[in-house]
Design a protein around this ligand. Structure first.
Ligand code: SF4
Ligand code: SF4
Length: 353
């Protein structure tokens, strides 16, 4: 299945007819812009994590000490609950009483993918940013990253779609009433606390699994994202409708293949006219690596889409959804302290129904 527009076969170059490089005049700033957004979003997630931990500790201590408000942004880490709420919203037309923030965050990421490809992965996701840091450190250390052979790469890449299919099937088979009963029950209400406790009290199997994934990420670019992340799989499929795509102009292109070497998603950019693959994260790495003026650019329709415009667009969509949720009073999940005092210290007693 071809996901991109292939360039017509290149005629064999006659001796002495190599194209002359017309060098880019301005230095590349795409990666500086993207890095700034990544750092900002990573810091936001760390802040949310610390706040949420202190919130949980307050209730674990029986309501003693310094009370911290629960940060609604923590629900961005509850993709399944968010997906359930999207389905219940579609079926009932009613906004959910619990974890609505997660639903609005998921919808904002879906919208970002429909507009700017799978940009969530390379611009916003803290796991994606950490993963990128690991393979860059790995490349610095070993002077290269490794690519899995095709016979392993293709079946492994399908794993994330299989996982996505399982989650979609599980959520798709639930009625609105079943979703509400699940999310309004004790386990659903403290699903975020259960997730935090999973990392706080990591079992041996989970710790080894995470350790292996971290180790593999030093050697193979974005191992988790490329092979296993169902969230990225969903956003990648939706990105097929995005008007944004990398376009190569064969006239100024000198066929140096630096774009293909730079692409963390291993896409053959130098052989394409337009990149439409669901693996493209809109990271601009290929554009940053291209030495030829006007050979490669991100476009939206027929217009050039500079990195700062993509950053601004992502911010508008993200803040638009968060702002709307705040404005209509569905950003915070309001629960009485007595409920948290009863559930949080006993979180280990509530198993997945
Ligand atoms: S390097 Fe280019 S083609 Fe590859 S994922 Fe990034 S934007 Fe897409
Ligand atoms: S980096 Fe890619 S698009 Fe740019 S000149 Fe080289 S082959 Fe052409």
């Amino acid at each position: 299945m071809s996901c991109s527009t292939l360039a017509p076969p290149r005629p064999a170059a006659k001796p002495g007819t190599r194209k002359k490089l017309r060098q880019r005049s301005a230095p590349d700033r795409t990666q500086a812009v993207r890095r700034a957004v990544q750092v900002l979003f990573f810091a936001l997630n760390v802040w949310i994590g610390v706040e949420f931990y202190l919130f949980v500790r307050y209730f674990e201590n029986g309501g003693q000490g310094w009370k911290i408000e629960r940060p609604p942004g923590v629900e961005g880490w509850l993709p399944i609950a968010s997906l359930m709420n999207v389905k219940a919203l579609l079926l009932t037309g009613e906004l959910p009483p619990h974890h609505a923030a997660g639903m609005f965050l998921l919808l904002s990421f879906v919208f970002i993918s429909l507009l700017f490809r799978k940009a969530f992965c390379s611009w916003l996701c803290p796991v994606g940013a950490f993963s990128e840091l690991l393979w860059k450190v790995g490349r610095q250390t070993f002077r290269k990253n490794w690519r899995l052979p095709r016979w392993a790469d293709i079946p492994l890449r399908s794993l994330k779609y299989i996982l996505l299919g399982l989650f979609l099937y599980a959520v798709g088979s639930m009625s609105a009433a079943a979703i509400r009963a699940f999310l309004n029950g004790p386990y659903g209400v403290i699903a975020d606390v259960k997730m935090l406790n999973f990392f706080r009290y990591l079992g041996a199997t989970a710790a080894i699994t995470i350790g292996v994934l971290v180790l593999l990420s030093f050697f193979v670019q974005n191992f988790w994202c490329r092979y296993l992340c169902p969230y990225g799989a969903l956003l990648g499929l939706l990105s097929r409708w995005s008007p944004a795509r990398v376009r190569r102009n064969p006239d100024p292109c000198i066929d140096c293949a630096k774009c293909t070497v730079a692409c963390p998603s291993q896409l053959p950019v130098d052989e394409l006219i337009a990149v439409r693959s669901p693996e493209c994260t809109g990271c601009y790495e290929c554009i940053a690596a291209c030495p030829a003026a006007g050979a490669l650019q991100m476009t939206a329709g027929r217009r050039r889409l500079p990195a700062w415009a993509m950053a601004a667009g992502i911010a508008v969509v993200f803040l638009g959804f968060v702002g709307y949720a705040m404005w209509n009073g569905h950003w915070h999940t309001y629960l009485a302290d007595e409920v948290y005092l009863r559930l949080i210290p006993n979180a280990h007693e509530y198993a997945h129904p």
